[in-house]
Every structure is written in C-alpha cells, then in structure tokens.
Design a protein around this ligand. Structure first.
Ligand SMILES: [Zn+2]
Length: 187
C-alpha cells in the first residue's frame, strides 16, 4: 500500500496551488492519483472526487444546472447550500467541526471551492487525519441524505465517533486481507 507523508502531502498542495487554475487537467489527474493511494474505501474516494467539481446534488449546484428550486441550506436555511457549505461550513455542523478540531481555527467560507478545502486539509493534516476527515465529510453527506428523506440522522457528536469506528474497522479488515494475500502468494 502506498501512502503519503506530511512532506509529500505538502508537496502535493504546493503543486496544486502553483497552478492558478486548480481545476487544470494535470492538477486534477495528480489529485486523483493521490486520492486513489490513500487508505479509505473506494466509495468514499469517489464521493470526494465527485464533490470537487460540485457534482454532488447540493441545492446551489442543482440551481446552477438550471433547476428551479430553493437554494438556501436545507438544514440552517440561512446560507446558500454550496458544496462546501453542505459538507463542512454549515453552522449546524459546528459540533462536528469542534469535535474533529484537527483543522484548528482555519476559517472555511461558503464560497470556498471544495478542492481548495481539500488542499488546505492536505497541507495541514497528517495522513490519518486526512483520511478521517474524508470519512467524516462522506458521513456528513449521508446524514444530509437521511435528513432529505426524513430518516433519523446521527447526532453531530456521534457522526465523528462513527467515522473513527468505520475507519478503524476498514483498516483492520484491509490489514487482514493483505495478510491473507501474503499467505496465498507464499504457498
Ligand atoms: Zn446550512
């Protein structure tokens, strides 16, 4: 399994930020290769990947594609429901942000691009912290879908605990499969 260090994480961030258009094809290819190498489930990688060009159905994204609909946030009702707002910046997610706290006091604004938030995370976080925030963000989106469909959603504090337990279980299962694969190769 390949992994990135704090140093290589910074290197990635510098490469992406050096390009004035962070949506440049070369940068996106590099970002995808990086994302594919970290130790999280593929479905989470795909979700993070789709969120970067605003391909998730947050209300503001849908309205920009021509749908006539409410564009303020489903949860707080106060701000535009952009990708970053729905996944991290909404005031209703304050407890999740403070429970996670690895990003410290770095302000994240609603008008920030999600890819720029990811670059910020890569530059500030260790690999395990970055993997955890990917799971938390994915969980926040699952929670959002639960709310949309009127299902009982996890309370904020439990969302972070859930993400930690989910990631630990994924790592444990992954380690076991690697061990089994080793036995198969050896014999
Ligand atoms: Zn909101």
């Amino acid at each position: 399994m390949r992994s990135y260090s704090v140093k290589s994480g910074n290197h990635l961030g510098c490469n992406l930020l050096a390009n004035p258009s962070s949506s440049g094809i070369a940068s996106l290819e590099y970002w995808w290769k990086f994302l594919w190498c970290i130790n999280i489930p593929s479905k989470v990688k795909l979700f993070i990947w789709r969120a970067c060009p605003n391909w998730i159905p947050a209300r503001y994204n849908l309205a920009k594609r021509g749908m006539h609909m409410e564009i303020n946030c489903l949860v707080c009702g106060k701000c535009l429901e952009t990708t970053v707002h729905a996944l991290w910046a909404c005031p209703a997610l304050k407890q999740i942000r403070s429970t996670y706290h690895c990003l410290g006091g770095f302000g994240v604004k609603d008008n920030m691009q999600f890819l720029d938030l990811m670059i910020l995370c890569i530059n500030k976080l260790l690999q395990e912290e970055f993997e955890l925030i990917c799971i938390i963000i994915w969980r926040i989106w699952c929670r959002w879908n639960e709310l949309v469909h009127g299902k009982p959603a996890l309370v904020d504090r439990e969302a972070v605990l859930w993400a930690r337990a989910f990631l630990n279980e994924y790592r444990r299962a992954n380690d076991e499969s690697i061990t089994l694969l080793g036995f198969r190769v050896f014999f």
